[in-house]
Write a protein that binds this ligand. Structure first.
Ligand SMILES: O=P(O)(O)O[C@H]1O[C@H](CO)[C@@H](O)[C@H]1O
Ligand SMILES: [Mn+2]
Ligand SMILES: [Mn+2]
Length: 409
């Protein structure tokens, strides 16, 4: 019996990307900088957490060792029980779909479309078409922005005028924020579908609905009804290869949206990391022989990385780590659990965007050997290792390290 459980801690980079400078991100290190900030007492927040970062379960799997591999820092002295590696992204973007598709064996070699950091950010013909075809009185913002700041700035005007708030970032995205009740959730989704159609010509990765509630700038709050309208992967991913082979892919969280719902057998969404952990555990219990549970934990990125919130990110890591034994307890013969990430989002870094970093690969399973798996030259090695573990044919990209785990392959 072989099953695989792949958990993505969204944005949990470990520094050291060789091409970080070309993204303006040289020196960024999500894990390293959170750890250092906490050690200095800069991760303290009343009622939330305090002191050095406490992630003993991920450290036992080899988190510190993976970070040392990624950055060239000295190896920690502590022993590890799992296998660990640092993985390098080969895709041209540091966005969520690129990271996840590459993890699933499909590096993104083409360039996505991006919008310039100007006002307006969107080309006039796109904006005009969105207004006309979306039947809206205009748009607000039309710039690069942080999602919480932009609703604070334009939310009241949006309620007054009915004009949705459209913004972007250094990712290939068009984000549309609108009030869940005043504008309407279904109307927002429909507008995003129109935006998705128009965005295809611009090669934009995702159109994202960002509904919010509240009545004034001081109490606007985004709701969990975010929805991503992604362009489909241009070639088969591990998910397609598995489902084509009759296996199940049980997706948890954003995974369905990220893969444009291709190669997904079963989808479970939940409003926050802890609820997603519950959903991931339930999927682990239900997965059968040859199946994959693929979970994304988005709060790290959305609530803390982009918000440049060190105590929040540290607390979220500690909460995740504290629940890891529950997942480990569900591992039976032939099972493999791997933790990884899709890019960085260093909460100590300038701006509010993702950061180009290497990611950790931490794993374990009964009968699998532990130890270092080196610096992997593509995230695709993760998907290929899962593919070999589950006994399906290799894909076109990446190199499996499954043989190095020997065990009961
Ligand atoms: O600031 P918010 O709206 O959270 O936006 C972030 O979320 C988007 C999608 O992950 C990213 O492109 C980033 O800009
Ligand atoms: Mn992400
Ligand atoms: Mn993000």
């Amino acid at each position: 019996m072989a099953r695989a459980f792949l958990f993505v801690l969204d944005s949990f980079g470990i520094g050291g990307a060789p091409d970080a400078a070309s993204f303006g991100d040289e020196g960024s290190d999500t894990f390293g900088h959170i750890e250092a900030a906490c050690a200095r007492g800069e991760g303290d927040a009343a009622g939330l957490r305090r002191g050095p970062l406490q992630v003993p379960n991920m450290r036992a799997l080899g988190l510190g060792h993976a970070a040392a591999l990624a950055t060239g820092r000295p190896m920690p002295a502590e022993a590890t029980s799992g296998f660990h590696a640092a993985a390098t992204e080969t895709s041209s973007g540091k966005d969520t779909p690129s990271g996840h598709w590459e993890i699933a064996g499909l590096p993104v070699r083409f360039d996505w479309g991006y919008f310039p950091d100007t006002r307006p950010a969107f080309p006039a013909d796109f904006t005009e078409a969105l207004i006309r075809e979306g039947d809206i009185p205009g748009i607000l913002a039309n710039c690069h922005a942080s999602g919480t700041g932009v609703i604070e700035e334009f939310g009241e005007e949006h309620i007054r005028t009915g004009k949705p708030i459209c913004y972007t970032s250094s990712d290939s995205v068009i984000q549309i924020a609108a009030h869940e009740e005043h504008f309407g959730l279904e109307r927002l989704y429909e507008l995003c579908r129109t935006g998705r159609r128009l965005a295809d010509a611009l090669n934009i990765g995702r159109v994202i609905a960002r509904p919010f509630i509240g009545e004034t700038a001081s109490d606007f709050e985004r709701t969990p009804n975010r929805k991503d309208f992604a362009t489909p992967p241009p070639e088969p991913t591990l998910l397609d290869r598995l489902t084509d082979a009759g296996r199940k892919v049980l997706a948890v969280g954003k995974i369905g949206d990220i893969f444009a719902h291709r190669g997904i057998s079963d989808l479970r969404k939940a409003p926050n990391n802890m609820a997603m952990f519950d959903a991931a555990l339930a999927a682990m219990r239900e997965a059968g022989d040859g199946d994959l549970v693929f979970a994304n934990f988005v709060d790290f990125d959305t609530n803390f990385g982009h918000r440049r919130d060190v105590p929040g990110y540290a607390a979220a890591l500690e909460a995740f780590d504290a629940r890891l034994p529950e997942a480990l307890a569900l591992l039976g013969d032939g099972d493999m659990l791997m933790l990884t990430a899709d890019h960085g989002c260093d909460p100590t870094w300038r701006g509010t965007d993702h950061t180009r970093e290497r990611v950790p690969v931490l794993g374990t399973g009964p009968g699998l050997d532990g130890g270092p798996m080196g610096v992997r030259t593509s995230f695709a090695d993760i998907g290929e290792t899962v593919a070999e573990h589950l006994g399906i044919a290799p894909g076109k990209y990446g190199t499996s390290f499954r043989a190095k785990l020997s065990g009961n392959a």
